[in-house]
Ligand binder design. Structure first.
Ligand code: URA
Length: 434
């Protein structure tokens, strides 16, 4: 088989066979196919797309490029969640303990952040001592003993994805629905869960800018998961303003704990986390209907068992569980600076991507894969879209390194303040799958 022929076929819009796809993925991962040929094929896929059969074959070949977790020693239907990424998205920290507290095992491999979105692993790393790279045995022990396990993926889960993602990153080929599908689903299938809830973000600050594209991506992932015997369902959710009040790692731990304590229950972040958790409980067999599942979620917040599960997960994996009750033990910023509104009106839009980039500049996120984060810095967002504000109202509190100069202008530029109240838009745009 010659890589040249694969590139030529795809350049003309033809379909590749499963054998051809397996040949490419194996060669890309072991280095026998040069990067320039893989990069050419990636670009051809970006332009010409892939059939459902090709996407399935690509996902399988990438899954089988490394090890597959065997979670069969833990009883029950194991349910995972994946979000395509948003600014301030800390739903994993909230729903993982909720789902586990309701008796459904929740195994999750999460990523580190790059660019304007933070990574779940970085948020967990803000809990002092918490081990965020677990061995297989530690991962399974955490799942068995606390019902929840979260770890950065080890290098041997879908290593072909690592190689191909790095090439996509430098060849402007990240935004391709079959490539995104295979990248995400190969890791999820290798992770060993039986069921998966997807949170596909849609909006100006997400990968998928339109509802139509988000629906195509969601359907593509649902098709691949179902074809491999996974129970799978996708929620398409709006992504424009940051999710919740916190952007930045330790701040996001604080907000997650507050929600697990029963605070901010009417916020979009809480509502979204509770709904995703409820979907997971249905898939895990703990509830039959959404109403039943939502009642279980509510009960484990009210009786404190969800927060207690997070404490037990933290302690078991070497973390300081007292920091969840005493936020002074979490990493702190050197200084805080308030940013006040320079005018009155309705807060009608907030640019989450721009705020994510500002948080990255403060040190909360990575510009480059090797950057070391400052886990204490970030942004507290005081206003909510739709709210009426007066001149002089506090809009943001910036948690910055000591001595850093904070210019309010780029923060104020992330907001649209208008005379008229904006139309309220729902956070849940569509659902797809079983
Ligand atoms: N997240 C992934 O893991 N892969 C993609 O291709 C896009 C988002």
């Amino acid at each position: 088989m010659r890589m040249y022929d694969l590139i030529y076929t795809k350049k003309l819009g033809g379909a590749l066979s499963p054998d051809q796809i397996a040949f490419w993925v194996k060669g890309a991962a072991d280095g026998s196919i040069p990067d320039e040929q893989s990069a050419s094929l990636l670009m051809a896929i970006c332009w010409r797309g892939m059939t459902t059969e090709e996407t399935l074959a690509l996902t399988l070949a990438m899954r089988d490029s490394g090890k597959r977790m065997n979670l069969s020693s833990v009883p029950g239907t194991k349910v995972d969640k994946h979000s395509t990424g948003g600014v301030g998205d800390k739903t994993t920290l909230i729903l993982g303990p909720i789902v586990a507290a309701c008796g459904v095992p929740c195994p999750m491999f999460s990523g580190r952040g790059l660019g304007h979105t933070g990574g779940t692993v970085d948020k967990f790393a803000a809990i002092p001592g918490l081990k965020v790279e677990l061995t297989d045995a530690e991962f399974i022990r955490s799942l068995a003993e606390t019902g929840f396990a979260n770890s950065a993926p080890t290098g041997d889960i879908a290593p072909a994805d690592k190689k191909l993602y790095a090439l996509r990153d430098v060849t402007a080929t990240v935004e391709s629905i079959p490539l995104i599908t295979a990248s995400i689903m190969s890791k999820k299938l290798a992770g060993g869960a039986d069921a998966l809830v997807l949170d596909v973000k849609c909006g100006p600050t997400a990968f998928m800018k339109t509802l139509e594209d988000a629906q195509i991506l969601a359907q593509s992932m649902v098709d691949v998961g179902s074809a491999h015997g996974m129970q799978i369902r996708a929620l398409i959710t709006r992504m424009d303003a940051p999710l919740g009040w916190a952007i930045g790692n330790a701040l996001e731990v604080m907000e997650s704990v507050e929600i697990l304590r029963g605070e901010h229950g009417d916020s979009e972040l809480a509502q979204m986390s509770f709904r995703l958790a409820a979907e997971m409980l249905i898939m895990g067999g703990a509830a039959k209907t959404l109403i039943e599942a939502q009642a279980l979620v509510e009960a484990c917040i009210q009786d404190g068992s969800a927060l207690e599960t997070l404490r037990r997960f933290t302690a078991l994996n070497g973390g300081d569980a007292k920091a969840l009750d005493d936020f002074g033990r979490l990493p702190q910023a050197g200084q805080t600076v308030d940013i006040l509104s320079d005018r009155a009106g309705h807060l009608s839009a907030m640019d989450g991507r721009a705020l994510g980039l500002l948080a990255m500049d403060l040190g909360a996120g990575r510009k480059d894969r090797n950057d070391v984060l400052d886990l204490g810095v970030g942004i507290r967002v005081h206003g909510r879209v739709g709210q009426r504000i007066a001149a002089g109202d506090r809009l943001f509190t910036i948690h910055a390194k000591a001595g850093a100069r904070i210019d309010p202008a780029p923060y104020l530029a992330t907001l649209q303040i208008t005379e008229t109240r904006p139309l309220a838009t729902p956070w849940l745009l569509a659902t797809i799958g079983c």
